[in-house]
Write a protein that binds this ligand. Structure first.
Ligand SMILES: Nc1nc2c(ncn2[C@@H]2O[C@H](COP(=O)(O)OP(=O)(O)OP(=O)(O)O)[C@@H](O)[C@H]2O)c(=O)[nH]1
Ligand SMILES: [Mg+2]
Length: 433
């Protein structure tokens, strides 16, 4: 399983530990390969793996006691420094496991957070990661405290793990969380201003979404000289990048590359990145980039669908880019893959690496945009509290008549298809005049 890069002698040695208990379509092997890939991305060297089939993880130390012994014994032969657990552990499991193994234990969530912390470059990205880290650590502060006292470091504040100190730590963490949240609000206010400006300019936004490592950044780089970091690592991109792209007709759109998705992404992490991900909701078209050469392509696509649904973006028009076709061996065609995946016919096979199919993809995007901008007749009564919508109607549509009624501004005219949902609550029905 997994690649075992043994190049860096100072790198920490990690033992992967996984309980096989989920029935979500991911076999243990693929799940472990992904964990190994995450570990390598974080600079660890994977020295082995231990697995166990259980109906569900052991409440106390994740694996059963026999396995626990086995893992402990492996320390003498594998000399691991870190035990990497394939699930998110409860604070209790984490503590018991560390005590039993006398080794550093990192769960999948902490590993992903660690990678995120390395990747975050923008002010917003850093704040989001710190928020997620604090929320992850808050319930686990007890562990960190006993950990320190066990090492008998001594010194200030370490003379006996009193409840008081623990409370101080928790209070500090909560205060910091509140502070970060208010700073993030400020950042989002700015983002909103920027978004409004963008809306006024009426430049359509195309969002690249997909599982981590699918090739989103490579595609953006292919289409522009974005210079976004693209590499065979998970979560290479954390901060969104937006670039202008020219479509075949010469028309300009904005294309945004965002953080990749992964299965079993902890909900608080999605929550921390929500604002960034909500950029996707602004998109006129979503391009779902898939790595068709991945053995778990179908499960990855399912993850992407679920996250989009959580974000409320599942109704946006979507094109699926079946990427990395240059790596498809003989025999398997993109059409067969699409059929296996039950994809709607709006897919385009591409290679972001060679550029094959990319023009067709842009053409497809353009067709959707054109359809969205098709004008349809509409009558609405916009409440006076929603003056912005009246403005939008004038800007983006064609107004035939405008009246000021008891319930709001009555507008009749034509609107582009993609704006209809925003006016839906105010579509005129009998009796609202
Ligand atoms: N052979 C081949 N490799 C590709 C193609 N597109 C991307 N890759 C490789 O796949 C790896 C991941 O590409 P990225 O563009 O970083 O993927 P991403 O979707 O941005 O990943 P994250 O930012 O981690 O979510 C890199 O090693 C790319 O070189 C392709 O069309 N063909
Ligand atoms: Mg990327």
């Amino acid at each position: 399983m997994g690649r075992r890069l043994q190049t860096n002698p100072t790198a920490e040695r990690a033992l992967l530990v996984a309980v096989d208990w989920r029935n979500d379509g991911w076999d243990l092997e693929s799940s472990l390969t992904e964990l190994a890939h995450l570990a390598e991305t974080d600079g660890l060297v994977v020295v082995g793996s231990v697995t166990q089939r259980l109906p569900k993880p052991n409440m106390t130390h994740y694996v059963g006691s026999g396995k626990l012994e086995e893992i402990r014994a492996l320390k003498d032969t594998l000399h691991y420094d870190v035990v990497l657990v394939n699930d998110e552990l409860s604070p209790g499991q984490l503590r018991h496991l560390e005590d039993a193994l006398d080794a550093k234990v990192i769960d999948r969530t902490a590993l992903i957070l660690d990678i995120f912390a390395r990747r975050a470059q923008t002010h917003e990205g850093r704040l989001q990661v710190e928020l997620a880290q604090l929320e992850y650590r808050l319930p686990r502060l007890t562990r960190m405290w006993t950990h320190l006292s066990r090492q008998a470091v001594g010194g200030v504040g370490l003379r006996g793990p009193g409840e008081t100190q623990l409370e101080v730590d928790r209070r500090q963490a909560r205060r910091r969380i509140a502070l970060i949240k208010s700073q993030l609000q400020e950042v989002h206010r700015h983002r909103e201003l920027y978004r409004n400006r963008r809306r006024r300019q009426n430049i359509p936004v195309i969002a690249l979404v997909g599982y981590t490592n699918a090739g989103k950044s490579t595609l953006l780089n292919r289409l522009t000289d974005a210079g976004v970091l693209a590499e065979d690592k998970l979560f290479a991109t954390l901060d969104p990048t937006t670039r202008r792209v020219t479509l075949p007709s010469g028309r300009t759109v904005l294309m945004t590359d965002t953080v990749g998705f992964i299965h079993n992404l902890p909900t608080f992490l999605v929550a921390a990145f929500r604002a960034t991900l909500e950029e996707i909701l602004e998109a006129s078209v979503i391009v779902h980039v898939m790595d068709v050469t991945h053995p778990k392509a179908a499960e990855q696509a399912e993850t992407v669908r679920t996250v989009l649904e959580d974000l409320g973006a599942d109704s946006r028009p979507k094109v699926t880019a079946l990427n990395k076709i240059d790596r498809l061996g003989d025999g398997l065609t993109p059409d067969q893959i699409a059929a296996d995946l039950n994809l709607p016919p709006t897919y385009v096979p591409i290679s972001a690496a060679t550029g094959a199919g990319v023009d067709l993809l842009l053409q497809r995007v353009e067709e959707i945009l054109t359809e969205q901008q098709r004008l349809v007749p509409v009558r609405v009564v916009v409440p006076y509290s929603e003056a912005g919508l009246v403005d939008l109607f004038h800007r983006a549509g064609k107004v035939d008549s405008e009246r000021f009624g008891e319930h709001g501004t009555l507008l009749a005219g034509h609107l582009p298809v993609d704006l209809l949902p925003r006016f839906e609550p105010y579509r005129e029905t009998a009796g609202t005049r």
